[in-house]
Design a protein around this ligand. Sequence first.
Ligand code: DCP
Ligand code: CA
Ligand code: CA
Length: 594
Amino acid sequence: MTYHIFRSILIFQVAENKILELEASRDLSKIWLHTDMDAFYAAVEILENPSLKGKPLAVGSMSMIATASYEARKFGVRAAMPGFIGCRLCPDLVFVRPNFERYSYYSELTRKVFQRYDPNFVATSLDEAYLNITKVCIDRGITVEEAATELRSAIHQETGLTCSAGVAPNRMIAKVCSDINKPNGQFVLPNDREAVTTFVSTLPIRKIGGIGKVTEQLLHQVLGISTCQEMLQKAAFLCALFSESSADFFLSVGLGLGGTDTPEHTQRKSMSCERTFRATDDCSLLFEKLDNLAENLADDMQKECLKGRTLTLKLKTASFEVRTRATTTQNYINSKEDILIYARKLLKAELPLSLRLMGLRMSHLRDEKDSSAQTQKTLDIFFRSYDNTNDNGANGPSITNTSGGDNYYTNALTEVNYVEHDAGTVDSTDHQSFFLLEENLFVPEGRNSDRCSIDVSSSNPCICDGLGGKELDEDTSSSKGTDTVKFDGHLTIYNATTSSSKPDQHLWIDDYICSLCGFELPPGFEEERQEHSDFHLAEKLQQEEAVDSTGPLSKDRLAERPCSTTPTSKKLKSSKEVKHIPIDAFFDKLNKNL
Ligand code: DCP
Ligand code: CA
Ligand code: CA
């Protein structure tokens, strides 16, 4: 009894100290502006085809709508909604197929404008960016309101499109602000502690990047938290129930704290490619596909002068079970031949099996251009020659089963069950830190991640969505398909024509911002980061399960294209709800912590 009382007092003390500590880190010296284009894809389509103006418009297909014009939204038509439901809500809904080249083109135009206000702006998707406008306001003696108005009007002049902007002392709040006066509006929150705390006092937690449906429900149902400020009132419970880093995040939200430093370029963490095909158990065909994948991966890695040590084989069986098998190699490799040695072993161990998707991913990368790597290279050569004499150049892989089902949480709790050590394996630390997960209740959710962005001319860190370059060869090997993956209500669409070189990144920009959804997790949040990465992976896998079950668009629904740009064929996939944390696990954790 005394122990419990003592423990409770301690937790209250810890929570209080944590709040003071976080408060002391508050930085009000920067002015961040977040821009977000209005109804981006739809606006671009209308710009290209003015006859669509004023019409309820959906960009997408009968199976999935990527976005809708504001006219269509009045009827309840929304992004990520199946097109046929959109038609029911709005019988006059007109559809346009997405044209990603166009969106990239207009995105590039907007970035030219951003460049003038902050040469280090951070693009988080084709239609969003963060700009540190502190300097431009001081240099030009303009107010932040003036800077935002001017920037929005420059974008309008140079692209013909409108955008909305939010200004605040940090990026987390700036993003919330850009949504307040949408479309074609702006909202400025003064760089003032009181303004920020008042702002977050009534702000629903769901508005915060990183808090999605699941976390929202968890916090609401278990702790009764609905607004950001309530995080502070329940600080002790948050500290008791969640890991230190998760609690820190929640308390930062309560205080209205967010990123204020300009992110730096982040190194690529992994590369991958994958291929969807008609389900087959023909081993020779499967090995042939693996061969192609290895070739693609090797090409991509060599183009970027990267070598890697952890190779992951992803398989989706005919029954949609997703498996991943990983191996850590002794040397850094990037040749097709080396990749195949390991990939074939991994695949062989799984056969016979009927598969509909295969993917290869290389992580634990090293940049060969990096001079520090050169020393290592010398050592590699030493080891390689050693290996060659002992192991024919092929190191025995240690294989880690990193999944086994489509339930993310189940995977997280049960996947540590299949680690084989072959002769030649150096250590398992690397792949363990890469794959092993610990149970952790707080699963940050990807929010508001947008489309895959192609890093356009500027040198700014462009944050790209997607866990893997995709190639869809479902129908014919020459088909120029577009594969679509959705993260928490947002579609990530890859054009298969350029798929092999698509970024396969889950980066922590500035070492704390998720490149896929903008969620912020400072260094040290390793468990959460691992979970967050896996959340995206799980989301992606779940989305892939869903298939386009509805028919194609009838011709009369499709708006005619005014110009000759070939519309990309595509395969849109719908989403499934993110699974909830099993309640037993929740109470186990609770008991453990109290
Ligand atoms: N998008 C998508 N799938 C989704 C959501 C969005 O493909 N589920 C695409 C189409 C959007 C673009 O990304 O035009 C930008 O997404 P936003 O969420 O910013 O939505 P919009 O720009 O369309 O509208 P808003 O005015 O609300 O920002
Ligand atoms: Ca957006
Ligand atoms: Ca937008």
